[in-house]
Write a protein of this length. Structure first.
Lengths: 584, 257
């Protein structure tokens, strides 16, 4: 076991982690621990754009953006945070441009902007061009630009280091962050990183679904690490299903395709979104469009022999426009479906895309241990966190924005905290939990296979807690997850070595997914209303009287060692916007 | 380091017995190497049923998840944007997640091995550090002089288009590890680093083109390129790599960029 000492440790090197690292490295001795090489992170898969009311191509302002974000999130958004997001968006985009990001340009040479779902002028009048973009690889360009600037700033990376545990120590009656414990993939060695400040920026949890746009590596490692140490997870029942994933594969086809004029059609060729969202049509918010697609499918208007998908039609758009604005997604259709988007519509279905919930933080990125108490020295930003700017449903282009605004904020806040505070002494035997976990998996003679349990989990989640949920389906999921968690104790791996043991880490990741799936299902069961991405067929309406509040889920262990989940609730921060019925 | 033994493994073939009409049986021939087990690499055959529309990455996952969990490779996004899974498939550098079984003649064994020119650490995993070092050496970040403008820097659509192709790079190393010059001499910067230098040299906002050109004027720089076009063939993003290298060479001569 090695022990390292840094002022600031950042867990994860996607957009949020690297944006934080650029700030933290300027101000403090910083290490970035990442399970992937930085440029492999899933920020790079984001396509369509990053929202900011630059007003480069038409009238726009940050107040309209704030409103759209709150309405898009079905009023579960903390309005103070949304206001910061929309205000700081403008500098966040300009900062990236100054760092070198090659945005598409207007004829005047300014950053070009395009339409995106749920982004409107004057509180819903019509779609507005707010998404700043670089073709359909905006996330790729953000990830590359941030990495380039990390190289410039000399950011210190520990590549292929898996953070498996969060160290919390009580000092003077206050639970503080003392550092993290990481597993080095190349050697199997365990490292303790003592740090004054720790920032989680480790991304989402989408891999507990089967049809998902998420990378294989999005297994909720950060959420699981803090949850196991008794910290809460907020709003985990809210998961976004992106309307346009490639049929059966789930690969993302950007909403920018509809922003450029693409249309969703059912088997009769009907533009069905006109029925569900008369004003915004195909550019209604994602939860609305995903439900509309499944409604079409359920009512027998789906396409294909099994009627299990609909079409994204780009055939009326000029090929030059597709080549210039949507080169990657048209290439995906050709590569994976053998379809030519110039002439044929693309089969799509909703795909599990984004966790609105996560580790609760305030607007400085400080992690909360309950509804209001900060854990000194602990921060989170990006998809792993819940600020909450996305509420019950995130608007497209607001995630690339979130990682830049709150990545930057948490990087600054963490480094400043590190300056003002001393190291917290490490607990005795700091690596014990990780050592025990790794040894147990490596030495197990169990009979269960990681891939079997994972597949059963993913199928269960797709079947029971996806776009439509009921008490019965959620209960089925809770029960099944409980069974899988039990079987997971008996899991064994084949690779017993130390060198690049990805077999072992897939087992660890599955453990994380199982814990988080349970939190999601239990949180969803208790929320007896429909709001944003959480749609209960047995409670189809939003219930502001009983559920205008964030879910806070805590892991509890009783004296006999039995685990359970305790749910609590946190009020939503409302500033100037009163909840209204949500129509597009 | 050549081919010693050939083992045969089958993925529950008897049980699954290709009942689905659209499934075919393929043989994956993978060059396995684990210095914890043996100092020598070996080719190992795995037979498995698979839908030909699936990816080579799916086939590798089937091996790892159903036959031998010790098979080791990097992967993440599984659709060609993260750059983790460049490998040699039937002798050509490709991304396993962008290569469909049906596109590579499934009737014969499909060979899969680590990319060349970088040290193999285990199975399909190579040491990427020299690759990223060459990338860092070309100063892959925007360098400007003077005060920053309040708003964005202006750039015409045509100036933006000038370096569009080389912004697509995902640093997968498929190009660099397909280059015979790089195989013979690991000191050569390699195509990927030059592509990333090109991305800044031809960016109208950048003011350090001369410095980057001097770096690439080195004995291990662009002049080592022998225009074999392996890199262009290998690029999963369709970047005209050789053309970019030629443009850098031309800029070195004309000092115009």
């Amino acid at each position: 076991m090695q022990i390292h000492k840094y002022d600031t440790v950042i867990v994860g090197a996607g957009g949020a982690g690297m944006r934080a690292a650029i700030e933290a490295t300027k101000r403090s001795r910083t290490a970035v621990l990442t399970k992937l090489y930085p440029t492999r992170s899933h920020t790079g898969a984001a396509q369509g754009g990053m929202a900011a009311a630059l007003a480069n191509v038409e009238e726009d302002n940050w107040e309209w953006h704030t409103f759209d974000t709150i309405k898009g999130g079905d009023y579960l958004v903390d309005q103070d945070a949304a206001e910061i997001l929309a205000k700081e968006a403008i500098d966040a985009v300009l900062d990236l441009e100054k760092m070198g990001l090659p945005f598409n340009r207007t004829p005047e040479g300014r950053i070009d902007q395009r339409r995106f779902g749920g982004h409107t002028r004057n509180h819903g009048e019509a779609a507005v061009r707010r998404a700043c973009y670089a073709a359909d690889r905006t996330g790729h360009m953000i990830l590359q630009t941030l990495y380039q600037n990390c190289v410039k700033e000399g950011v210190e990376f520990f590549n292929e280091f898996y953070v498996l545990d969060q160290l919390l120590v009580e000092v003077d009656g206050v639970k503080r962050s003392a550092g993290v414990v990481a597993y080095e993939l190349a050697t199997g060695e365990i490292h303790v990183f003592q740090a004054k400040a720790v920032i989680y920026a480790s991304g989402g949890t989408g891999k507990f679904f089967k049809v998902t746009s998420n990378a294989h590596t999005l297994t909720g490692d950060g959420q699981a690490a803090v949850y196991r140490r008794g910290l809460p997870l907020e709003d985990m029942e809210f998961f976004q299903f992106h309307p346009t994933g490639i049929w059966r594969m789930g690969i993302l086809l950007t909403e920018g395709a509809r922003g450029e004029g693409g249309i969703l059609r059912n088997k009769d060729g009907e533009r069905f979104m006109e029925k569900y969202a008369p004003v915004m049509k195909d550019l209604a918010s994602r939860d609305v469009v995903s439900r509309a697609i499944y409604t079409e499918i359920r009512e027998g208007r789906g396409c294909g022999p099994e009627g299990d998908h609909v079409y994204l039609d780009l055939t009326h758009l000029p090929p030059e426009q597709l080549d210039a604005k949507l080169p990657d997604i048209t290439e995906f259709a050709r590569t994976y479906l053998g379809i030519e988007p110039y002439t044929d519509p693309i089969p799509i279905q909703p795909t599990a895309h984004y966790a609105m919930g996560g580790i609760p933080t305030n607007v400085q990125g400080e992690v909360l241990s309950d509804n209001s108490t900060v854990v000194p020295g602990l921060y989170a930003a990006g998809e792993v966190a819940c600020v909450s700017v996305h509420g019950a449903n995130r608007l497209g282009t607001n995630s690339l924005l979130d990682i830049n605004v709150f990545g930057r904020r948490s990087g600054i806040a963490a480094a400043e905290y590190a300056h003002a505070n001393d190291f917290v002494p490490l607990p005795e035997d700091p690596a014990s939990l990780v050592e025990e976990q790794v040894e147990r998996l490596r030495d197990s003679n169990g009979t269960e296979r990681v891939s079997v349990i994972r597949t059963e989990l993913q199928e269960c989640m797709d079947a029971n807690v996806m776009v439509f949920r009921t008490e019965q389906t959620i209960k089925t999921a809770v029960e099944k997850i409980g069974e899988l968690r039990e079987r997971y104790r008996n899991v064994a791996i084949q690779d017993k070595g130390k060198r690049f043991n990805t077999d072992l880490l897939e087992a660890v990741e599955l453990g994380n997914l199982l814990d988080l799936a349970e939190v999601m299902a239990v949180s969803a069961l208790a929320r007896k209303e429909s709001r944003g991405g959480h749609y209960r067929e047995d409670y189809p309406n939003r219930d502001d009287v009983n559920f205008m509040r964030h879910t806070m889920a805590y892991r509890e262990v009783d004296a006999t060692g039995v685990e359970s989940i305790r749910l609590d609730y946190k009020p939503v921060v409302q500033t100037r916007y009163q909840p209204m019925e949500r129509k597009y | 380091m050549s081919t010693p033994t050939l083992d045969k493994h089958s993925a529950a073939l008897d049980a699954a017995e290709v009942t689905d009409a659209h499934l075919i049986t393929i043989t994956l021939r993978i060059r396995r190497f684990n210095p914890e087990v043996s100092a020598d690499p070996e080719w190992v055959d795995y037979q498995l049923p698979i839908d030909p529309k699936e990816r080579v990455l799916d086939a590798l996952h089937k091996v790892k998840w159903e036959i031998d969990g010790s098979l080791t490779f990097r992967r993440s996004c599984a659709h060609g944007v993260c750059g983790s899974d460049a490998m040699r498939i039937n002798g050509k550098n490709r991304l396993a997640c962008k290569t469909l079984i049906k596109d590579i003649n499934p009737d014969k064994p499909i060979t899969v091995e680590a990319i060349k020119g970088l040290t193999v650490l285990k199975d399909l995993v190579v040491d990427m550090d020299p690759f990223f070092q060459a990338y860092r050496d070309v100063m892959p970040f925007l360098i400007t002089k003077g005060n920053e403008p309040t708003r964005e820097r202006l750039q015409s659509a045509a100036d933006r288009e000038r370096f569009d192709d080389t912004t697509k790079c995902i640093l997968c190393a498929a190009c660099t590890s397909s280059c015979p010059v790089f195989w013979n001499d690991g000191q050569y910067f390699g195509p990927a680093a030059i592509v990333n230098a090109h991305r800044f040299i031809f960016d109208s906002r950048d003011e350090a083109g001369e410095q980057r050109l001097e770096i690439l004027n080195d004995k291990d720089g662009v002049w080592r390129c022998r225009t074999t076009f392996n890199c262009t063939d290998a690029c999963p993003r369709g970047i005209e790599v050789t053309k970019a290298i030629q443009e850098v060479k031309r800029a070195l001569i004309t000092r115009r960029f």
